[in-house]
Design a protein around this ligand. Structure first.
Ligand SMILES: C[S@@+](CC[C@H](N)C(=O)[O-])C[C@H]1O[C@@H](n2cnc3c(N)ncnc32)[C@H](O)[C@@H]1O
Length: 358
């Protein structure tokens, strides 16, 4: 059936909703292949990162139970399920995500690939609550656990979610838009000291104090309610001598810091890391993909501490990075760092399943 393409100015669509060839890639395979060959991700989809490396460190075996704590587009989940259910084995994968908009789509993708609800269980939950979800399913633990932190390309690309500053949209930034406050509301009332700490911890911003004071002063005249308003204000605040790419990196880091604060990402990660040994079966493997220093620092410290306490029998000495080919083929992979750990066979756990009290 011939459908008219959406109307947009110029030869190429710039707005997310106009990228009909990417949003319906199945109908336009050549256009989709052309975009991917340029290292870009198709609008409305997500390319899983470091799949081969993750399969190597997690080593999923037929019949085992796995957890994908950040289901996203289900790219990693599909690769894991293929191994868990190889040779007709009855392996299972639990997939969690806080995003109530994307989770049903990921579930439908798993079902379409032949993984019914007995094999692929999806639960809308923050991974900070993994221990409770496992308990509610009657699982004593998982053999493999994956967390691919941060946001998916579907979330970034959709201007209505407020994660992107490439296009104008409401300054929302919530992974779950049905809970908590939007970045716009948060910024309207946040105290300067909290904003300064947010910019320092989430963006490693050396001018955090000055920037926080300037934003608080500016918000009375320029309420930061749209992504474009905030991005333009940040660009104007920057030193005019700063190269353009550096300014854009600064804007991206500020958006990242706000996203981390709005979604309480560090406290979710810390809770998850604390409870993780108790969520893994003896000998169970965990892999974590991080995308900035604040995440990696926390994972590295928790794994080291767990090794010292005998909760893990082995951890990654060094981070594993995507190959140069993958970084070229998928520019969004370029900041990824992979760490892994193996749960000790005889770990002494506290009642909550986490690190024992001393
Ligand atoms: C990078 S994407 C995962 C992509 C996925 N691995 C794939 O292959 O398609 C990260 C996902 O984690 C979700 N997420 C982020 N923080 C979370 C949390 N604390 N609990 C559960 N899900 C979370 C996001 O909503 C997003 O869908």
């Amino acid at each position: 059936m011939h459908r008219r393409r959406p109307r947009y100015p110029g030869r190429n669509p710039r707005k997310f909703e106009h990228k009909y060839k990417e949003l319906r890639a199945g109908e336009y395979p050549e256009a989709a292949a052309h975009i991917e060959a340029r290292g870009k991700t198709l609008a409305g989809s997500h390319r899983p990162i470091m799949v081969a490396e993750i399969l190597e460190v997690l080593a999923p075996k037929p019949g085992e139970r796995g957890v994908d704590c950040t289901l996203g587009h289900a790219g990693h989940a599909l690769a894991l399920l293929e191994r868990l259910r190889a040779d007709g084995a009855s392996g299972q994968l639990l997939g969690l995500d806080v995003d109530p908009l994307e989770l049903p789509r990921a579930g439908a993708r798993l079902l379409a690939a032949g993984h019914g609800p007995e094999a692929a269980i999806t639960v809308a939950s923050n991974f900070a609550g993994l221990h409770g979800v496992l308990e509610s399913l009657g699982w004593s633990g998982a053999d493999i656990v994956l967390a691919d932190l941060g946001v998916s390309s579907m979330q970034i690309d959709n201007p209505d979610r407020g994660f992107t500053f490439k296009f104008d949209g409401p300054l929302d930034l919530r992974l779950n838009p049905q809970r908590g406050v939007s970045a716009a509301d948060w910024l309207a009332g946040v105290r300067p000291a909290r904003l300064e700490a947010t910019l320092r911890d989430g963006a490693d911003e050396p001018r955090a104090a000055r920037l926080a004071a300037a934003m608080v002063e500016a918000r009375a005249k320029t309420p930061f309610r749209r992504t474009k308003v905030l991005a333009d204000w940040l660009r104007a605040w920057s030193d005019p001598a700063t190269p353009r790419e550096e300014v854009e990196r600064f804007v991206r880091r500020v958006f990242q810091a706000l996203r981390i604060a709005i979604n309480d990402e560090y406290s979710a990660l810390e809770t998850w890391l604390r409870n993780l040994p108790g969520c893994l079966n003896p000998g169970g493997r965990v892999a974590v993909l991080t995308f900035h220093s604040g995440e990696d620092r926390r994972v590295k410290a928790a794994f080291r501490e767990g090794l010292q306490q005998g909760l893990y029998s082995a951890i990654a000495d060094e981070v594993i990075r995507p190959s140069p080919e993958e970084q070229r083929a998928n520019t969004r992979s370029s900041s990824a760092k992979l760490r892994w750990a193996v749960r000790a066979e005889e770990a002494k756990l506290s009642a909550s399943g986490g690190v024992p009290e001393v």
